[in-house]
Write a protein that binds this ligand. Structure first.
Ligand code: FAQ
Length: 311
């Protein structure tokens, strides 16, 4: 039956079709998806913290309402993604446990601090911008529940990116101090945002197989250079600059060339030694413990309902 299953799976992938939860799939395909989808879910959940840091200090009622909605959207993304991972057989409890015990990875970007209001603009523009560049192709991921989740996530990320851009645009057209704050935020988030796409292609162990399985559609470097080309244009509208004197479009290769990123720093952040890793996990643990009574109450209610149904 495994041979039949494999043949059917290979045929679906070859035809660029989609795998549904009940279809046969190779163990490694399931494993790599659980890995990527759960890491993605964790990123959304941990990613709420840097911006939530500014909800109580947003400069106006309008900005506060928008920021609260954005941070809530990220919670929603995390929940769809945990659900998508559950369709692969991963239990929610085991994923959450791996995160709070510091065993699971989540995106490096969320281990950098948000020091000033303009950082919220830079995150929306650069971090959500990078997220969209990476996630639009994931809407076509071969694993159907992941692809379907990405469609809605991308729509919301587009709104997030626009709100970040608009914050920076207002600051850039404000007082000299506001413009300087916007520039400083862009300077600080530029390189970490480029690192979101993952290690360079020749140091990306998962890419080849994930591309063969049509989970990933483009390589890490391909997406990174597309992203840098996009922001190189958008930064002109902001009237700001990118902290990358080497950035240029190379006519021969038709590629954007950017400065070398600090991959030692990247590996350090991934290993848990970034500026905010410890704080991010501490907050997540606290929130998890504070929410224990909600999970217990929901489980007790569900048990009561199912008992009633049996009576
Ligand atoms: N940070 O072989 P590859 C968001 C790990 S957007 C940490 O290239 P792969 C929206 C990688 O897991 C952010 N770890 O791996 C938002 C692997 O380790 P492993 C989330 C990283 O999977 C905005 C190892 O390095 N988006 O949350 C990073 O083929 C604002 C080798 O790498 C996604 O997760 C990194 N940057 O490619 C929320 C998108 N890069 O597992 C709130 C989905 C690599 O073998 C506020 N994921 N690693 O131990 C992906 O597209 C892929 O997983 C990549 C990595 C492209 C991230």
């Amino acid at each position: 039956a495994d041979d039949e299953g494999r043949a059917a799976f290979d045929a679906i992938i070859a035809a660029d079709g989609r795998i549904e939860p009940r279809d046969w799939m190779p163990d490694d395909y399931r494993k790599t998806l659980i890995r990527q989808v759960s890491q993605h879910a964790h990123s959304e959940i941990i990613g709420m913290q840097p911006e939530a840091n500014w909800i109580s200090r947003a400069p106006s009622l309008k900005r506060k309402a928008i920021l609260m909605a954005k941070v809530q959207d990220e919670a929603g993304h995390g929940l769809y993604l945990y659900s998508a991972a559950e369709t692969l057989g991963a239990s929610r409890d085991s994923m959450v446990e791996a995160l709070i015990e510091g065993k699971a990875k989540y995106s490096s970007i969320f281990n950098y601090p948000t020091k000033q209001w303009a950082d919220v603009g830079a995150i929306g523009w650069l971090v959500d911008g990078a997220a969209i560049m990476n996630q639009v192709p994931l809407c076509r991921a071969s694993y159907a529940p992941y692809g379907r989740a990405m469609v809605r996530v991308c729509k919301e990320e587009s709104f997030h990116q626009r709100q970040g851009f608009e914050i920076l645009l207002s600051l850039a057209n404000g007082t000299p101090a506001q413009k300087a704050m916007a520039q400083e935020a862009v300077d600080r988030f530029y390189a970490p945002a480029l690192m979101m796409f993952g290690p360079p292609d020749d140091a990306s162990p998962n890419s080849t197989q994930s591309m063969e399985w049509h989970i990933k559609r483009f390589s890490n470097d391909d997406l990174r250079q597309r992203f840098v080309g996009m922001i190189a244009e958008q930064v002109k509208v902001l009237g700001l600059t990118l902290p990358d004197p080497e950035l240029r479009f190379d006519e021969d290769s038709k590629k954007w060339i950017h400065k070398e990123l600090d991959w030692v720093e990247f590996m350090d952040v991934i290993k848990g030694n970034g500026p905010c890793n410890a704080q991010r996990l501490e907050r997540r643990r606290e929130a998890h413990e504070d929410g224990a009574w909600v999970r217990e109450a929901a489980a007790a209610y569900a048990a009561k309902q199912s008992k009633k149904m049996q009576e």
